[in-house]
Every structure is written in C-alpha cells, then in structure tokens.
Design a protein around this ligand. Structure first.
Ligand SMILES: Cc1cc2nc3c(=O)[nH]c(=O)nc-3n(C[C@H](O)[C@H](O)[C@H](O)COP(=O)(O)OP(=O)(O)OC[C@H]3O[C@@H](n4cnc5c(N)ncnc54)[C@H](O)[C@@H]3O)c2cc1C
Length: 406
C-alpha cells in the first residue's frame, strides 16, 4: 500500500484509508475507482444526498469535442464507460447515444478541423460534416449559417444524477461507505499532512488521505489549510421548451454561431442552455434564483426561433438554474496539494459530467501512486500550481467567440 494511505491518526471511530468530501459525480466516481484499486476503507461524506449539487442540475451532454487533448481523451474514456455502464456499474445510468453535432461559422472552420484531427488521432469517432448532412439529422433546423460541423455519432446525453447514484451503488458494493447527511466542517491536519475530517456533529473521522470533491463548496474547506482555490461560482439558466411537435431522435446540437446548446429530453421537450460565457453571473451556490430571468428567456427564445423555423409552435415550458464552479482557464483542478494527503478535484467549470469517469480514475491514481497512470491524461495538465505559474490549460485551437468551450 502507498505510504500516504498508511498514515492515519487516531480519532473518534476507526480510521479510514481515504475520505472523500462531496457526493456528486466527481466524488462518487472517485469512490468507485478507489474500490476498483483495492482501497476498501473509503468513506464518502455528502452533506445532503448523492447528486444534490451541480450534478443534479447538469445538462449531461456527452461529447469528446475538446481542443485540449487530455480532456478529449478523458471524454472518450468517459463515453466508453457510459456506453457500458450497465455491465460495469450495474445500471445503464440513463445514457442516450443520440449523437452530437457542433456547428461553427466561417471564422472557426480551421479551428474545427484542427480539433477534429487531434480527436481522431486519439481514436475518437468524429468527422466533419456539412450543413446539408446536419440538416438531414435535424430537419426542423435552419443550418444555412453554419460553415461546417463536427459530428460524433456515439455522443449524446446522460443522466448525471443517475450516474452519480450508479457510481455510489457500485462503490458501496466494493466496500465504500457512502454517508449522506454528513457535512464536513474542516479538514484536519498536523505537521503539513492531513489527519482527518471534522464533521458537523463535532466528531472527527481520521484518515491519511482526503479528497476534496465538494464542487464550489471546496473553496471554503481548502482555505483554512492555506490552499487558495481560484474558483468562482456562476449561475447558469436552463430552459425546457415544448417543441410543438414530435421530434424523434435528433442529435445534441452545440450551436457556436448563436452560442446556445439544445438537446431533447426523454419526455420529448427540448433542453436549451447558454454557451456564451463572456460575462459570468457570480452567484452564491446556497442562495441563487432557481428559474430563468425574463431577459434570458426572451434572448434564448429569439435564438431558438431563428434556428428552428420548423418548430413554429415551440414554447418555453419551464426553467431552472444551476451553478458552475469556474476556474480562470475554465478547466478543473485535479491535483495533489501542498498539504500531504490532500487531493483536490473541483472547478469543473460546467463540463465535469462527461469526463467524470476518467476524473475518478485520475483521482485514484493520485491517491494510490501520486501521479497519473495514463500518458494521455497527464496530471500536470490539472495541477493547482498552473494558475500561480501563469500556465493555464487552454486549447491550441480555440473558437473565436466561444473560447470557453474547452
Ligand atoms: C446547469 C449545468 C449544466 C451542466 N451541463 C453539463 C453538460 O452538459 N455536460 C457536462 O459534462 N457537464 C455539465 N455540467 C457540469 C457538471 O454537471 C459538473 O461539473 C459536475 O456535475 C460537478 O460534479 P461534482 O461532483 O464536482 O460537484 P457537485 O455535483 O456540486 O457535488 C459536490 C457535492 O459536495 C457536497 N458538499 C458540499 N459541501 C460539503 C461539505 N461540507 N461536506 C460534505 N459534502 C459537501 C454537495 O452537497 C454536493 O453534492 C453542468 C453543470 C450545470 C450546473
């Protein structure tokens, strides 16, 4: 066993090998992966219920279309697991492979081709298609202002809440304890290393390794250890639109001309989100307006009307909002820290669902061996230190107008 796992400090109750704080897709995937690695004494602390944070609000889009190679590799690994979730996790977790289309205007054609070439070099099934092909996949859409699309026939959307439940159930079967209603109030440390976690009821659970996977709430738990996480919280609004007629199976559409994404719901409604992240609306993750603003509804509805002339009777049916935990480069921190035994996995910046299976694996690697075991996913990319070093993780071929799409 790795020495970091062997260092435990006596406290109330038996010492765990690893405590995970946070029961979203990140924490539950990490719990499952750790049990897969043979770490049996894993305790996951979730202050509410599994999936009640950003995971429960997620649009669940599954695409491998990234400009950063390590993220594309993680998304591909994520897709393979989601496709095989029934066999691997014991639950299909709700993945729907309806396909994924990303469309760009003339200014982004070169970037799209460069990104597709990189993705293909990783073995990802993706190809450039023209507006004619996209239009045949999405007959109600007007695709004439797109120059070219990337098309992933194996992409689609998943159910992040169910995925977190599936990871948690599989982790339990592997011996992990998933403790819901158990809020961590402080990470305990001594002599520069983690010793355990204090819970809201005043008890201390001892452990030599703590994984901080508490989404936007990670910042306040890391700060007392002298670890500054550069994570801002921003509110994102989602609309559910009654399309006015049966659409059948249409691919997820990432519209980088109008900066909007659209996918169907199992109910037949359209889920519609925003891809314009130029201006962030900072929010309190414990106190934010959980419905769309009238101005947002108006803007989104106008974009939808332009994009879907074939849906004249479409109407907004309902809305809600969720929070992104955003870092300066819109990419996560998955990193060892200056406090021995503390691993941070937070700041997923609105794209943490699809990569969560690979994130859980990377966390398990960091815990068990101190580095990534997958050369396609170098842990260096996700290190916390990159912000202080002014070495952000960014796509070499960003999209003009949509640079935050990583
Ligand atoms: C509106 C929206 C749309 C999105 N769409 C997509 C998408 O289409 N595709 C995609 O890949 N990603 C998407 N994402 C991003 C993705 O959903 C998130 O990155 C991912 O779910 C984050 O998971 P997490 O486990 O890191 O955080 P969370 O799900 O937020 O989990 C953190 C957990 O920590 C718990 N916690 C907090 N404090 C404590 C404490 N003190 N003690 C114990 N537990 C604590 C919380 O209760 C919470 O359950 C979207 C996110 C949002 C909000």
């Amino acid at each position: 066993m790795d020495p970091r796992l062997a260092v435990v400090t006596p406290g109330a109750g038996r010492a765990a090998d690893v405590i995970i704080i946070g029961g979203g897709v990140t924490g539950t995937a990490a719990a499952w992966w750790l049990t897969q690695r043979g770490v049996r004494d894993v305790v996951l602390l979730e202050r509410g219920t599994v999936g009640c944070g950003g995971t429960g609000k997620s649009s669940g889009i599954v695409r491998c279309h990234y400009g950063v190679p390590s993220l594309a590799a993680m998304a591909w690994k994520g897709l393979l697991l989601l496709e095989n979730a029934a066999a691997v996790l014991g639950d299909d977790a709700g993945f729907r492979p309806v396909g994924y289309l990303v469309g760009v205007g003339p200014e982004n054609v070169a970037a799209l081709h460069a990104n597709l070439a990189m993705q293909q070099s990783l073995g990802i099934e993706t190809a450039a298609v023209g507006p004619d092909v996209a239009g045949s996949l999405w007959p109600a859409a007007d695709c004439s202002d797109f120059a070219v699309f990337g098309y992933e026939p194996r992409g689609g959307y998943g159910d992040p809440y169910r995925t977190a439940q599936a990871f948690a159930a599989a982790a339990r079967r592997g011996g992990a304890q998933i403790r819901q209603g158990s809020a961590a109030v402080a990470v305990r440390h001594s002599g520069g290393r983690v010793t355990g976690v204090m819970l809201a009821d005043g008890t201390v659970q001892a452990a030599g390794t703590v994984v901080l996977a508490a989404g936007p709430w990670s910042v306040a738990l890391a700060a007392p250890l002298g670890i500054g996480l550069p994570i801002q919280v921003c509110r994102e609004q989602i609309l559910l639109v009654a399309p006015g007629r049966e659409l059948g199976s249409v691919p997820v559409l990432s519209d980088l001309v109008n900066l909007q994404y659209i996918r169907t719901e199992p109910s037949g409604e359209l889920l519609c989100g925003n891809s314009d992240l130029h201006t962030l609306e900072l929010a309190d993750p414990d106190d934010y307006r959980n419905s769309a603003d009238p101005g947002t509804v108006e803007t989104a509805a106008a974009k939808l009307a332009r994009r879907f002339p074939g849906l004249p009777d479409a109407a907004v049916a309902s809305s809600y909002a969720g929070c992104y935990d955003v870092t300066p480069d819109f990419n996560p921190v998955i990193s060892l820290t200056g406090v021995a035994g503390l691993v941070v996995a937070a700041g997923f910046s609105g794209h943490g669902f699809k990569i969560s299976p690979a994130v859980g694996e990377l966390i398990a690697d960091l815990v068990c061996t101190g580095s990534s075991n997958d050369p396609a996913v170098p842990d260096r990319d996700f290190r916390l230190g990159r912000f202080a070093e002014d070495d952000p993780l960014a796509s070499p071929h960003p999209y003009a107008g949509a640079g935050q799409l990583r």
